[in-house]
Design a binder for this molecule. Structure first.
Ligand code: 5AD
Length: 451
């Protein structure tokens, strides 16, 4: 996969610039890449002009994300012309797992030295190993300080006190609009033993909150005969001493189980928070999307979750302007959201993606301005009901996990149900569980004081 020759390899103490876009899985991949590069003697720089190696970790879920990567690639191409020794690596969903795609990218951007499929660090590891074997005489650059030699990803340094634990890689669900299965490959769960070891190591390195990741996280273990399933994995992770909070995402309505609710109800470390994309409120659109449930089934699931886990935080995703979406279909989405009132809605305008069923068989027939108007309407609705929902927060005491210190000393953290809270007049370090009395509430964040 690599076409790198050793004469462009970065030297000891090389500087790398990592550019990443996209989902939490991409952030998790980026943390692993950074850990691998650091173990090989690399040092991160913010400015790509100062780098010996630049790595672009890309997203392809919407055309806009891919466009961003093309802009960045053209910029990196200029840097490479100025510095022919610059090593350029392209990673993630734009690369995918199909060699033909890589060949096409190589033709379009001949300066790319390394291609890394999503979550697959092997080409980089091989490249670094070649570099180490080269007679540079420096003796520096031990590859993979924290690695095992069985191809496992290195344990990343946690980003502050939070870290991701990718548990299910790839996806085999094939929603009509989604490119992920074509780029991240078939669904595969990592062995629970490996995940538990990695989680322990992350906590040992300072992580206090872990988020277990998968495209359909509820399907954890189903592809591995004899493996534990998600509720058991979460219970076992929750026992790790020093771990204060545990989250998981993303869920799919058809795979969300009662056992998972049991685990949420009786495991204090496991946060009362679910990310459960609905994508649309019209049954016709849900069927065309191949989601496998109706709006009523989604409503019933939310009722059940809320009945079992009072105060649970709910986040959902919606695509507006899917092929054939009429005003009536969109109104069904609006009315579902008015009724369910999630704590967050991530709205995306439909964009046809290569190879997907919708791109192959349906026409992208909702005009751009209609998609935009629907996005604005949904986001307006969200802002309005969150303003209402949060109106009774002032005076209430919540518990946050301090996750970072903002400029000026303000603490930033989240409640167990994932509300964003800022706290003034407090010097608690990141990683502290802190009671906070709310003094101000807006739709997307709360402000409070300690105590
Ligand atoms: N167009 C627009 N949005 C999409 N998503 C996935 N595929 C597409 C597409 N082709 C959205 C879905 C998903 C989120 C990660 O991105 O809402 O939940």
């Amino acid at each position: 996969m690599s076409n790198v020759s050793i004469d462009v390899a970065p030297g000891p103490g090389f500087r790398y610039n990592l550019w990443t876009t996209g989902c939490q899985m991409n952030e998790a991949d980026a943390a692993r890449v950074a850990a691998l590069l650091e173990a090989a003697g690399g040092r991160s720089v913010d400015d790509a002009r100062e780098a010996d190696l630049v790595l672009l970790n890309t997203c392809a879920v919407r055309q806009q994300a891919e466009d961003k990567a093309h802009v960045r690639l053209r910029y990196v191409g200029q840097l490479r012309r100025r510095n022919p020794r610059l090593v350029v690596a392209l990673m993630g969903c734009m690369v995918g797992t199909n060699p033909e795609r890589m060949a096409a990218l190589r033709e379009a951007y001949p300066f790319i030295d390394l291609f890394l499929p999503p979550s697959d660090l092997r080409p980089l590891r091989e490249f670094l190993a070649t570099r180490e074997a080269a007679p540079t005489g420096d003796g520096v650059g031990c590859v993979g300080g924290g690695e095992t030699d069985d191809g496992r990803p290195p344990v990343p340094a946690p980003d502050g006190i939070r870290a991701y634990l990718p548990a299910v890689l790839g996806c085999s669900h094939a929603c009509a609009y989604c490119v992920i299965p074509y780029r991240r490959g078939a669904e595969r769960s990592r062995p629970s033993g490996e995940l538990l070891d990695e989680a322990q190591e992350l906590v040992r390195r300072g992580a206090r909150e872990l988020t277990v990741l998968g495209q359909i996280i509820d399907r954890y273990g189903l592809d591995r005969p004899g493996e534990m399933h998600l509720p058991e994995l979460l219970r076992r992770l929750a026992e790790i001493p020093g771990l204060l909070r545990l989250r998981f995402l993303t869920s799919h309505p058809n795979w969300f189980t009662d056992e998972l609710l049991d685990a949420m109800a009786d495991t204090p470390v496991l946060c009362p928070y679910v990310e459960l994309p609905v994508q649309a409120g019209s049954d016709a659109i849900l069927a065309a999307m191949r989601r496998g449930y109706t709006a009523e089934q989604y409503r019933a699931l939310i009722r059940k979750i809320r009945g079992r886990i009072p105060g649970v935080g709910l986040s959902t995703d919606i695509i507006v302007g899917f092929p054939g979406e009429t005003e009536a279909d969109f109104e069904a989405t609006m009315s579902l959201m008015r009724e369910v009132r999630p704590d967050m809605i991530r709205v995306a305008k439909y964009s046809p993606r290569p190879q997907t069923l919708s791109a192959r068989t349906m026409s992208d027939d909702v005009p751009a301005e209609v998609k935009e108007a629907r996005r604005v309407a949904l986001e307006g609705l969200l802002r309005d009901f969150l303003t209402e929902k949060h109106a009774d927060y002032p005076g209430r005491t919540v518990e946050i996990l301090v996750e970072s210190v903002e400029p000026g000393g303000r603490r930033r953290g989240r409640t167990p149900d994932a509300k964003l809270v800022f706290v003034d007049g407090c010097d608690a370090p990141p990683g502290t569980l802190l009671p906070v009395t709310i003094t101000w509430a807006g739709p997307f964040s709360l402000i409070g004081e300690p105590g």
